[in-house]
Write a protein that binds this ligand. Structure first.
Ligand code: DOR
Length: 440
């Protein structure tokens, strides 16, 4: 089907912008949603999707992924990652700058945009990475959702852990700053203290709650000092959630990953280094407090931090095993399964995984099923449960920390720009996404 044709989704349970559901039809034309109504059977169309029994949600916008291209394509590339997105109902992604070369210049950003235009089945945006010495690049780079600062858990030029440098970045310009908030000095010191242990569980002790809290406090302080738009990536601790609950300026947002909500340090016993990530998994108490913060709006949305490494790399003993786990294929069913258990509503999941992300990053025309919005949609099946299985995965790394979990809400059909990119288990690899725009 070409980008200019029309498509009718028939008799879906449609999530409306007001959070209510309508059983009805949606008409897509030229990449946009043109009509939503109980019955559009009279419209003349090129193609129809029968959605009887399925639920239609706005396509997921995953605002933190590491897709490894260029430079680390043995782990993942923009084609394989975007296939995983299409299968997971992720119709847009925002990707991080720790590729090779680092995405710290307009030229590196342009290169990624060009690669994605050729290879990505879904829509894409790329962060610009902060370094100590390239301030003008940070405010001039375009298009980008914002500036990524690794305050910790990084090495080389992307590590920006000196307060004087951080202050310069916060003081300069006004575009959104997204922080990986961990205190590098504390981590380095505790690494020495616990050196010699090969038990991956020590990772959560070394990079402890205090390390995350210290950095989040510093980022908040600088954000307030300069009234600078701040986003706290993958918030992981009860302490940070409580801090934000007490004091969250209107210009600050925060996200949490499904793994920080659903996995904790017990996972090391069953999946070992596959559970190793930065910031690390925490306790069951942290899981609970993060959930409540999300439900209360203290945390604004969800990101996967999809960070694939090969099984061979992960099989090295700690601390040589790399940190990170894949996520784009499992995030939506994980969260919808929680909704079906009554932990939250389906409408809340769609808000956290699409609407609120589009709002925070000012991505126009995305995150809702209404006339005029882009036709980025996912049809999910909330009636059946299936296990997450390694053999089904599209990510090049070929594993998931959630293997064996029995989930509902798997995507059945995913639509990007009005084109069916995934349909009952089959990918349409001819579809290409578009570069996301970010309003000022
Ligand atoms: O666990 C992680 N892995 N956290 C990060 O912030 C980076 C990521 C990676 O790129 O592997």
């Amino acid at each position: 089907m070409s980008i200019n044709s029309s498509l009718r989704i028939r008799q879906a349970q449609i999530l409306l912008p007001n959070g209510e559901f309508l059983v009805g039809d949606v008409l897509l034309q030229n990449g946009s949603i043109v009509q939503v109504a109980a019955d559009l059977s009279a419209a003349s169309i090129d193609k129809e999707v029968d959605a009887t029994g399925l639920t239609l949600l706005p396509g997921v916008i995953d605002p933190q992924v590491h897709f490894r291209e260029p430079g680390l394509e043995h782990k993942e590339d923009l084609f394989t990652a975007s296939c995983a997105c299409a299968k997971g109902g992720v119709t847009s992604f925002l990707e991080m700058p720790n590729t090779r070369p680092l995405t710290t210049t307009q030229a590196a950003l342009d290169d990624k945009l060009q690669r994605a235009a050729q290879k990505s089945l879904v829509n894409y945006g790329f962060f610009i990475g902060a370094t100590a010495d390239r301030l003008p690049d940070l405010i001039q780079a375009n298009p980008t959702p914002g500036i990524k600062i690794f305050m910790g858990s990084m090495h080389g030029a992307l590590l920006v852990d000196q307060e004087a440098v951080l202050e310069k970045i916060f003081a300069y310009g006004d575009r959104l700053i997204a922080v990986h908030a961990e205190d590098q000095e504390r981590i380095a010191q505790r690494r020495q203290e616990f050196a010699g242990s090969t038990d991956p569980a020590i990772h959560s002790t070394i990079q402890d709650n205090q390390a995350a809290l210290n950095a989040t406090k510093l980022a908040l302080r600088l954000s307030k000092q300069y009234q600078r738009r701040l986003h706290i990536l993958h918030m992981s601790t009860a302490e940070e959630a409580e801090l934000l609950r007490q004091d969250k300026p209107a210009w600050v947002t925060a996200e949490v990953t499904p793994q920080h909500l659903l996995l904790n340090t017990e996972a090391y016993q069953t999946i070992g280094t596959l559970a190793q990530m930065n910031p690390p998994l925490r306790s069951a108490h942290d899981n609970e407090v993060l959930w409540q913060a999300l439900l209360d709006g203290v945390i604004d949305f969800i990101a996967t931090d999809h960070a694939p490494h090969t099984l061979e790399e992960k099989a090295q003993p700690y601390p040589n095993s790399p940190s990170g786990m894949p996520g784009v294929e499992t995030s939506l069913p994980l969260m919808l399964t929680q909704a079906m258990r009554g932990r939250c509503t389906v409408a809340q999941v769609a808000n956290w995984m699409s609407t609120a992300v589009a709002q925070a990053y000012r991505i126009p025309n995305k995150g809702a099923i209404a006339p005029g919005y882009d036709a980025d949609l996912v049809l999910v099946d909330l009636n059946n449960y299936y296990p997450v299985q390694r053999a089904d995965l599209q990510t090049k790394c070929g594993w998931s920390p959630f293997e064996g979990w029995n989930l509902t809400g798997f995507p059945v059909v995913t639509i990007v720009g009005g084109q069916v990119v995934y349909d009952h288990g089959t990918l349409n690899t001819n579809v290409r996404g578009q570069a996301l725009r970010f309003d000022a």
